[in-house]
Design a protein around this ligand. Structure first.
Ligand SMILES: Nc1ncnc2c1ncn2[C@@H]1O[C@H](COP(=O)(O)OP(=O)(O)OP(=O)(O)O)[C@@H](O)[C@H]1O
Ligand SMILES: [Mg+2]
Length: 334
């Protein structure tokens, strides 16, 4: 096999700024009751700026590489400055850029993250309008695929990943995005049937499984597991994460840590969890799921302690060492 893991999805440049003169105002029309305000036509001073690289496929390919896996990614970038930044970072991390589509007809994704009053407000530019160009080759030589959230044109990519799983024995982890969540799990029977790990957060899980009322965690993971994935991993922000393998339920608390920037929490959890499962030589058992939850929690805790989605990604050694800490426990119940 050429690769241990190939990730598919987005890569972007993420610029983090700290504006000085933006005020938080009360606004009952907003869901949170709060809005940011600034004087129209004013110059807003930025106190700090940090240039980072992000995008779920890019974050996870770097995460897997830090764990020692031979990783590559299928993303589309333009011949522009953000595209160059993405390539530069991947080069520094020794992630293979061989599968990247770079063309002047694409514009690389980028986002600007405003940090105002401990909240992050993100302006996102999606350069890729049709994700069907990301369909991986039928002869893709990899043990694992991680499919990150993707936009319109997703169907072709998902169909091809299902074929790779069903016919080529490629193992697959999937974190569905907004478009897939809206189409609901029923729509993805084929994909879910051959999935090794489904990664989803609590709110997404409720929508994806199409619950009319707010369900128990146990019911969400059971329904999703019923569609076929061997393991369902449901994250719940600072409440930690849950897993279900069809037999036991698992829960891990979030590892306590000062949150600096939540960007990349989901990606790093998934890459930590999956990275541990990828170590299994025999069938995945209870012990490896316990360890995998620890790797996920440790990786994500580390990432939210830094600005950007990649800086805190841990090495395999750090994950092994961290998971030996007796304070980090996984609860197993039926
Ligand atoms: N404030 C925090 N402190 C410590 N750990 C956190 C914090 N926020 C998230 N995590 C860890 O990250 C994991 C994933 O977070 P979350 O459930 O928010 O994912 P998500 O909603 O998919 O995030 P994303 O916005 O990155 O897609 C959690 O299960 C938890 O272990
Ligand atoms: Mg997420």
């Amino acid at each position: 096999m050429k690769y241990d893991i190939v990730t598919i999805g987005d890569a972007s440049e993420d610029i983090f700024v700290q504006p000085r003169d933006m005020k938080v105002i009360k606004d009952s029309k907003m869901l949170s009751g709060k809005a940011a305000s600034f004087e129209l036509g004013e110059k807003i001073l930025l106190e700090d700026v940090q240039y980072e690289v992000g995008g779920s496929a890019c974050n996870t390919s770097v995460a897997f590489r830090r764990q020692g896996y031979n990783s590559s990614l299928v993303v589309a970038i333009g011949q522009d400055t953000p595209g160059k930044k993405v390539l530069e970072r991947l080069g520094e991390e020794s992630v293979s850029t061989e599968l990247i589509l770079q063309d002047q007809s694409y514009k690389t994704n980028f986002s600007i993250v405003f940090n105002i009053d401990d909240e992050r407000t993100i302006f996102v530019y999606h350069g890729l309008k049709d994700y069907s160009c990301l369909v991986p080759n039928k002869s893709l030589s990899t043990k694992w695929v991680y499919l990150a959230p993707i936009g319109q044109g997703d169907e072709d990519v998902i169909d091809r990943v299902s074929v790779l799983a069903a016919e080529k024995n490629v193992r697959v982890g999937w974190n569905p995005g907004v478009i897939q969540i809206e189409k609901k799990a029923q729509h993805y029977r084929q994909m879910l049937k051959c999935l090794n790990i489904l990664f989803i957060n609590r709110e997404e899980g409720i929508r994806f499984a199409n619950f009319p009322v707010k369900p128990q965690i146990k019911d969400i993971v059971k329904v999703l597991h019923g569609y076929g994935p061997k393991i369902v991993v449901l994250t719940d922000g600072k409440n930690g994460a849950y897993a279900y393998d069809g037999q036991s339920h698992y829960h891990i608390e979030a590892v306590n840590q000062q949150r600096v920037d939540a960007t990349g929490a989901g990606d790093s959890f998934a890459a930590g969890f999956m990275g541990r499962i990828m170590q299994d030589i025999a069938e995945t058992n209870q012990d490896s799921i316990v360890d995998a939850l620890k790797w996920g929690a440790l990786n994500s805790t580390s990432v939210v302690g830094y600005i950007g989605a990649q800086k805190g990604l841990l090495t395999k050694e750090a994950l092994i060492e961290g998971s030996m800490n007796p304070d980090i426990r996984v609860e197993i119940y039926n």
